[in-house]
Design a binder for this molecule. Structure first.
Ligand code: FEO
Length: 402
């Protein structure tokens, strides 16, 4: 049965939730599922904006047919060719053979790469940056947003109702629970962390390109943002744009300390706990600790974008960095994190080497200062190491937390 949502008098959500998916992109846990958003504009011409993942194809097609209510589909706008959004293009083309696909040249190339259907050029409306399409009451403007999150990405701006169809930007993990607007749910408590985890892990590497898109957006009036995942944003747009500005400029949201530790028998964890306690005694609030062995790195990457000061504490393993910590550090580097203060704690019962190796990795982060007072443990924390951890806490606080 169809399950559609009305957004305006002539704009409808025809997407669907996947609540059974375990790993989004085969990497990221999504315990609350994910939504694949697609929208239909009912104007003198009918317009479908993006499709969905193949996992929800039946729900999607029921929704499309219900909203169109027997009308033909005139245009299919494709903003992004990742298969979580484009998978149902063949189904739409098959069902509505006269539909015109509105896309840019890179998208057209990818359509031909992904699919076997053979539409002649008359079935495409290839747009360039700033091109417009009038559908009756509405005029759609196409704005290119390369690498947000793939090179072909564009966003569509409805100049009539001031609605931005933002592709992956402003999306979030988590299924849509009945409501469609972000202001209808307790977004800050229930979804902002997942919006950050989604952004930082999916698009975080491309901060420069997101900044370019935000600059383009500052020149236009936006009343509503319709992303490809998560809730539609129609209130407090400044709050969401501010978050995206911070995330994409690698600016910490809070001045505090994230401690990620890897501990096999508890010695390194003990050091991390003691350090956290010393930081708390020095007045640091909202310290966050993660065991890299039990928490998926996507959660830690997200908070690394949130926190100003990062501590990596690891045991030495196979004469290197403990595997989960090494994976985390590579992940953080891959996501281009910058502008942080970092401290290192190493452990090793006979040949501690991971501090040097972690320092080498962290040194790849731009504009990132490695705090000198590295602590080297031998197996367990002893009184002298307690003093060193206290000194490290003071050194961290002196880097902008006092
Ligand atoms: Fe939700 Fe880049 O696809």
């Amino acid at each position: 049965m169809y399950n559609t949502k009305k957004i305006t008098s002539d704009l409808f959500w025809v997407g669907a939730n996947d609540r059974r998916i375990a790993l989004f992109e085969s990497v990221y846990p999504v315990p609350a599922g994910v939504s694949y958003n697609s929208y239909i504009l009912l104007d003198e011409k009918t317009v479908l904006l993006d499709t969905v993942d193949k996992s929800v194809n039946h729900q999607f097609m029921e929704n499309v047919e219900h909203v169109l209510a027997g009308r033909k589909l005139d245009y299919l706008v494709i903003n992004h060719m990742e298969p979580d959004h484009c998978a149902e293009i063949p189904t739409i083309v098959n069902k509505y053979p006269n539909v015109k696909i509105v896309c840019n040249a890179k998208i057209q190339t990818m359509i031909k790469q992904f699919f076997d259907f053979n539409l002649d050029e008359s079935h495409y409306l290839i747009v360039k940056e700033g091109d417009t399409l009038n559908t009756g009451r509405h005029t759609l403007t196409f704005v290119f947003a390369p690498m947000v999150h793939w090179p072909e990405v564009m966003v569509t701006y409805d100049t009539t109702d001031k609605i931005l169809f933002s592709a992956d930007a402003f999306g979030a993990f988590g299924a849509i629970d009945g409501n469609i607007f972000a202001d209808e749910v307790d977004y800050d408590h229930r979804y902002m962390d997942e919006a950050r985890r989604y952004y930082t892990n999916i698009v975080g590497k491309y901060g420069t390109q997101v900044q370019m898109l935000l600059k383009k957006a500052t020149g236009i009036e936006i009343k509503m943002i319709c992303p490809l995942h998560g809730y539609v944003i129609r209130k407090d747009l400044e709050k969401f744009i501010d978050k995206y500005d911070k995330w994409s400029s690698y600016t910490p949201e809070i001045q505090s300390v994230l401690i990620a530790y890897a501990s096999v028998y508890g010695g390194t964890q003990n050091a991390a706990e003691i350090l956290a306690g010393k930081l708390a005694e020095l007045g640091v609030k909202d310290i966050k600790m993660y065991d890299v062995s039990t928490v998926h790195p996507s959660y830690i990457v997200a908070d690394a974008f949130k926190y100003s000061h990062l501590v990596f504490a690891s045991t030495t393993y196979n004469n290197g960095i403990f595997v989960n910590m090494e994976n985390l550090l590579h992940d953080i580097i891959a996501h281009n994190l910058q502008n942080r203060k970092v401290a290192i704690v190493e452990n090793g019962s006979w040949a501690p080497v991971c501090g040097k190796l972690m320092t080498e990795l962290v040194s790849q982060l731009k504009n990132t200062e490695i705090i000198e007072s590295k602590v080297c443990l031998k197996s367990a924390v002893k009184a002298d190491k307690c003093c060193e951890l206290e000194a490290l806490a003071k050194a961290i606080v002196e880097k902008g937390l006092n």
